[in-house]
Design a binder for this molecule. Structure first.
Ligand SMILES: [Zn+2]
Length: 297
């Protein structure tokens, strides 16, 4: 039963194919003609698009927009018109913001102002030279060529109970120096301090001194003669200590042995002169006597 049914459709199929052949050939002809026309049309269209593509493109876009606007009518036209004016209003506000940015043009003016203060800044580091305070009271030069006059006056202060006095402005430093040495076991003796010009003249007239009035540093109250209580001062611990520490309290050895020809005084290891702590250190370091030091510019 099953075998018979399978044979039948195999014999019927070729029959159907034979009957359908003329129909397919007719359709093929029609399809081939249509395909040829389509190829020609497409070819022509492609050629036309290449040659006049831009024109066609504009025409198609314009037609589509015109059709859309015409078909859908005022419903979309009104919102488009209402939205379009809103957009240009925003850029109108933007140029106003640009107007506020005009100060940028003023920058070159500010730059000029900034350049002006830079010039004095370069001039500042120039004036930096150690200047000798020649006009200060503690730098006064007193010697045989530069004597004080009898009208010279100075406010003195007593150093001890033996009648010794000095310029009141150096009393503190002098006392500190003597106390510092004595705290280390030294025994200083103060021989001479301030001596007035008139008193100096009396001694000079009496030939008790070879220095006329006004030519001695003791007349200005800034010099002291210091000795030791025991033995010779030269080579004593007191002399050694003073040569090492006197400048720390503003005093210098005024008449060194190697400056006799310049100072006009013999070597006086006991004679110390006050010039202030700063200048005393500079003079000691320079190795110059006061005449040489003040002769500098
Ligand atoms: Zn002296």
């Amino acid at each position: 039963m099953s075998n018979g049914t399978r044979i039948d459709p195999e014999e019927r199929e070729p029959r159907a194919i034979k009957l359908r052949q003329p129909k397919h050939t007719g359709r093929k002809i029609v399809l081939s003609v249509l395909s040829a026309l389509l190829i020609i049309a497409i070819g022509g269209g492609v050629f036309a698009f290449i040659e006049y593509g831009p024109d066609l493109g504009f025409s198609l876009i314009s037609r589509e927009t015109s059709k859309d606007s015409e078909s859908e009518n005022p419903a979309e036209d009104e919102p488009l018109q209402s939205s379009q004016p809103e957009i240009p209003e925003e850029p109108v506000s933007e140029p106003e913001q640009v107007v506020t940015e005009e100060p940028i043009e003023e920058d070159p003016e500010h730059e000029e102002d900034v350049d002006e203060p830079e010039a004095p800044v370069v001039e500042e580091p120039v004036p930096e030279e150690p200047k000798i305070p020649k006009d200060e009271w503690f730098m006064i030069l007193v010697n045989k060529e530069n004597p004080l006059t009898e009208d010279f006056s100075v406010e003195t202060a007593a150093v001890d109970n033996e009648g010794h006095a000095v310029d009141s402005r150096i009393l503190e430093d002098l006392s500190a120096m003597l106390s510092a040495g004595e705290s280390e076991g030294l025994d200083f003796v103060l021989y001479t301090a301030f001596r007035s010009v008139s008193k100096q003249n009396e001694l000079f007239t009496a030939r008790k001194t070879a220095i006329p009035g006004g030519a001695s540093e003791h007349n200005c109250g800034l010099a002291v003669d210091i000795g030791c209580a025991f033995g010779e001062f030269v080579g004593s611990p007191e002399e050694v200590w003073l040569l090492e520490h006197a400048h720390k309290y503003g005093f210098i050895l005024r008449y060194p042995a190697d400056k006799v020809g310049i100072t006009g005084f013999d070597h006086e290891p006991w004679h110390f002169r006050y010039v202030g702590k700063e200048q005393a250190a500079l003079i000691k370091e320079s190795g110059l006597c006061l005449e040489e030091y003040l002769a500098q510019e």
